[in-house]
Design a protein around this ligand. Structure first.
Ligand SMILES: Cc1ncc(COP(=O)(O)O)c(C=O)c1O
Length: 287
């Protein structure tokens, strides 16, 4: 965990970055976050990042720490200073430092960003596929806010890890909500099926872009609830997130999905997203 991080206006060595123990992110999990993929030395899906961060901040009444333009410049600089050609940039905004009290204090928000290397395009899991297990969705009721309070998801991911699976698909009332850190999809009869947006799931940025790309490609998408039973019977399944892009799922709860091999829609959607990322202009700033 070294490299240069951005913290409250400064770029510093990670080992020298300091945050108060009274920061509300530390005491209450009072903050929101984002992860942007980096492909070919460029931040991907920047406009959607700005939109979702704005929504998360507004939902919890944390003010924007910087202008949109400045925020993107900061993230670009974190990426460049850490020489990231492929990987991700993480950023979070917590409410700030105040004596512990539940109601919101009026203080300056605390803004952090760091970058990491990861093979996104040549991820071997895209070729092999991954397994998932279903777990109970025990989270709160505002899952549309990208909150840094992630204990429910950590518990679910650990349950999946204990079962030897790559990801946990969280289930509520018999229906899949989403992965612990990814959006969930199944395919049946040449339709891609994914849960509609609501407060029950995070509005995934990959989800938004993939649905747009699917439409352009003439691939049918149904936004509706799907049950665990239906997932077992699917022709294929896949997940999406910032740093997995799209990964095929070859088994759910130990049951083989389709023919047990990565499916064609997972491969297509993955390829379309990577192409979109490569086609985004380097400046890529919202107009
Ligand atoms: C609960 C949850 N759902 C879905 C996603 C995928 O969202 P995105 O494509 O914006 O990374 C994430 C990503 O972290 C997540 O944590």
């Amino acid at each position: 965990m070294d490299g240069i991080v951005f913290l409250n206006g400064e770029f510093v060595e990670a080992g020298h970055a300091r945050v108060s123990v009274f920061d509300r992110g530390y005491l209450f999990g009072d903050g929101v976050y984002e992860v942007l993929p980096v492909i070919d030395g460029k931040l991907v899906d920047r406009e959607n990042f700005l939109i979702r961060l704005k929504n998360s901040l507004a939902a919890v009444e944390i003010p924007w720490p910087y202008s949109e333009e400045r925020y993107l410049d900061i993230l670009d600089e974190v990426m460049r200073r850490n020489e990231i050609e492929e990987g991700g940039v993480y950023t979070q905004v917590t409410r700030g430092v105040a004596m512990r009290d539940f109601a919101y204090p009026r203080v300056e928000p605390c803004c952090l960003a760091f970058a990491f290397k990861k093979a996104l395009v040549d991820n071997p899991l895209a070729k092999t596929g991954v397994s998932v297990v279903t777990v109970d969705d025990i989270r709160w009721k505002r899952r549309d806010i990208k909150s840094i309070s992630l204990l429910g998801q950590c518990m679910a991911k650990q349950q999946a890890a204990n079962a030897g699976a790559y990801e946990g698909w969280m289930v509520e009332d018999g229906y899949v909500t989403e992965g612990t850190s990814s959006t969930a999809y199944i395919c049946k009869d040449d339709n891609i099926i994914t849960r509609p947006l609501s407060q029950a799931i995070l509005p995934g940025i990959r989800r938004k872009s993939l649905l747009k790309l699917a439409e352009l490609e003439g691939v049918r998408v149904e936004q509706r609830l799907f049950s665990v039973e239906e997932a077992y019977q699917a022709d294929e399944a896949f997940l999406s997130s910032a740093t997995t892009i799209v990964l095929p799922i070859v088994s759910i709860d130990g049951k083989t999905i389709g023919n047990g091999k990565p499916g064609k829609y997972a491969a297509l959607m993955r390829q379309l997203y990577i192409q979109m990322a490569r086609d985004e202009s380097p400046a890529g700033r919202p107009g």
